[in-house]
Design a protein around this ligand. Structure first.
Ligand code: DTR
Ligand code: CA
Ligand code: ZN
Ligand code: ZN
Length: 508
């Protein structure tokens, strides 16, 4: 887990340099930042996306290449998550080598439509393997960043657009098609393009595209500021970064050819780590950064978690910072519980629970998976969360069995005002589940109950990943309420797990 870095302040001044926009006064450095602090991107969530890509490749001939079913299945997975998170998604099709390829474009509603910040990664892999590092890693990292934007209900100054490219491996085909077919009036609105291609290499280097040209040829004006923003994150975690050339070997190529500022991060491919680099970053000198580059062994095992985590957090930092100072003015927090200490939750409050195992408790949840499906997650932050049986080990040992388990907060006295509850949650289950299984979160007041979340199970594998549920609690203003959580493995027995973390109630 990385050290939380200061909220991006002075972003407007940085942005003015980057985007040539009229310089606006940077937010007062003495006052509170108006930019919501860039979030930590949960590595478990990024890995859950990679597990999906691995499963897709396994189920589709071992790859996710252009023109093969595994590519379109990968795109459909990414699109489904983005649609559920409130993005406006578009599939752009093209033909190459006699096969149909697809780009996925996702716009986050809001922001200045004349100032677009794009973030992209190629979603295709080579035909010889699953392409998990190249480039499931970049695709998963920007997907989780996009989902974090949604969880934060971010309101950046810039309009945020994300892209997953097809047929990069055949020569940047999808990204070139996009740039060549975007009207010049639209192209001119793109003020920066961030590219992430291989960000989890097993013997990782930490490279940033040489935007300022300090090591040779730089990018278009504005690329230096993108490089310095990405570097700033790594400086904040004391990880040295080296330049990698803007050599056009990835999807930033079509953008810089049209003069659009670009930048990105890279953990290395077939090149070999030097002795000096191994002393700087660890790993093995003389070995390739990714010895499975373009090979069948580029599987879920071909990822360095630390590199993937650091790069995912750097991507979020850059999107928040370069997205502009809009941010989300934080409301006043009137109640919060990160489950690090006992704030008076009561299990089985009505004495009617029927679950025989996997009962709700506050504890240090151990992550569990079953053949690639994440079922239980470690706490979203710290060491505490609400979870259906914290113990890990055999995923079938402490899952919910036998019916319903519930847990209820202590009374919460709410002030007057516009009140919003937010809570992180996940539900994980195998395909032996059904709609009779569920996770539910309700707020119970003296005159009624509001349902915050009611997520049913289904007869499919559902990989657990942290999501956020919100609800307007203004109707409870001035009253005393309790949060009531219940989950069930009902009907026929199945493998079901649930967890919650980071409850907040804010007043705006
Ligand atoms: N062309 C990429 C791998 C790659 C090689 N050099 C760089 C530099 C920056 C990003 C990516 C790459 C691929 O095989 O997808
Ligand atoms: Ca992280
Ligand atoms: Zn790649
Ligand atoms: Zn490649």
């Amino acid at each position: 887990m990385r050290r939380r870095i200061l909220a991006a302040t002075g972003a407007a001044a940085l942005l003015a340099g980057l985007l040539g926009a009229p310089a606006t006064a940077a937010p007062a450095t003495t006052g509170p930042s108006t930019v919501a602090a860039p979030p930590d991107i949960p590595l478990a969530n990024v890995k859950a996306h990679l597990n999906q890509f691995q499963t897709i490749a396994t189920n589709n001939g071992g790859n996710r290449a252009h023109g093969r079913p595994g590519y379109r299945a990968s795109l459909d997975y990414v699109k489904g998550r983005l649609d559920a998170a409130g993005y406006q998604t578009t599939i752009q099709s093209f033909t190459y080598n006699g096969a149909t390829g697809y780009n996925l474009i996702a716009d986050w509603p809001g922001g200045d439509a004349n100032q677009v910040l794009m973030t992209g990664a190629h979603l295709d892999g080579v035909a010889s393997g699953p392409g998990i590092n190249d480039n499931g890693s970049g695709s998963a990292a920007i997907l989780e960043t996009a989902l974090a934007v949604s969880r934060a209900a971010l309101k950046p100054t810039k309009h945020l657009r994300f892209a997953w490219w097809g047929a990069e491996e055949l020569g940047l085909i999808g990204s070139t098609y996009y740039v060549n077919n975007l009207p010049s009036t639209e192209l001119s609105k793109i003020k920066g393009y961030l590219n992430f291609d291989m960000v989890g290499s097993p013997n990782p280097g930490y490279f940033a595209y040489d935007g300022d040209g300090s090591s040779g040829s730089g990018g278009p004006a504005g690329s230096a500021q993108i490089e310095s923003t990405l570097r700033a994150y790594f400086t904040s975690i004391n990880v040295p970064v080296r330049d990698t050339a803007f050599d056009g070997r990835s999807d930033y190529g079509p953008f810089i050819r049209r003069g659009i500022p670009a930048g990105g991060l890279f953990t290395g491919a077939e090149g070999r780590k030097t002795t000096a680099e191994a002393q700087m970053w660890g790993g093995t000198a003389g070995q390739a950064y990714d010895r499975c580059y373009h090979s069948s062994c580029d599987t879920i095992s071909n990822i360095n978690d630390t590199a993937l985590d650091r790069n995912s957090d750097a991507i979020a930092y850059a999107v928040w910072t370069l997205g502009g100072e809009g941010g989300t003015p934080p409301g006043e927090t009137v109640y919060s519980d990160d489950f690090e200490t006992d704030k008076g939750w009561t299990a089985n409050p009505a004495g009617s629970d029927t679950a025989t195992s996997g009962r709700f408790e506050r504890g240090q949840a151990q992550a569990t998976t079953y053949s690639g499906t994440a079922l239980q997650l470690a706490p979203q932050g710290g060491t505490g969360s609400l979870v259906t049986g914290a113990a890990g080990g055999d995923p079938g040992a402490n899952d919910i069995d036998g019916g319903v388990t519930s847990i209820q907060s202590a009374p919460i006295t709410l002030p007057t005002g516009t009140l919003k509850l937010s809570i992180s949650w996940y539900l994980g289950h195998l395909n032996n589940a059904s709609s009779t299984d569920y996770l539910r979160v309700r707020v119970v007041g003296p005159n009624g109950t509001t349902t915050v979340l009611n997520q049913a199970g289904s007869a499919a594998n559902r990989s657990a990943s942290w999501q956020t549920a919100t609800a307007d609690l203004s109707s409870f203003a001035g009253q005393q309420v309790r949060v009531l959580v219940d989950a069930a493995d009902a009907g026929t027995g199945s493998l079901v797990e649930a967890g919650l973390d980071n409850l907040t109630i804010t007043r705006s």
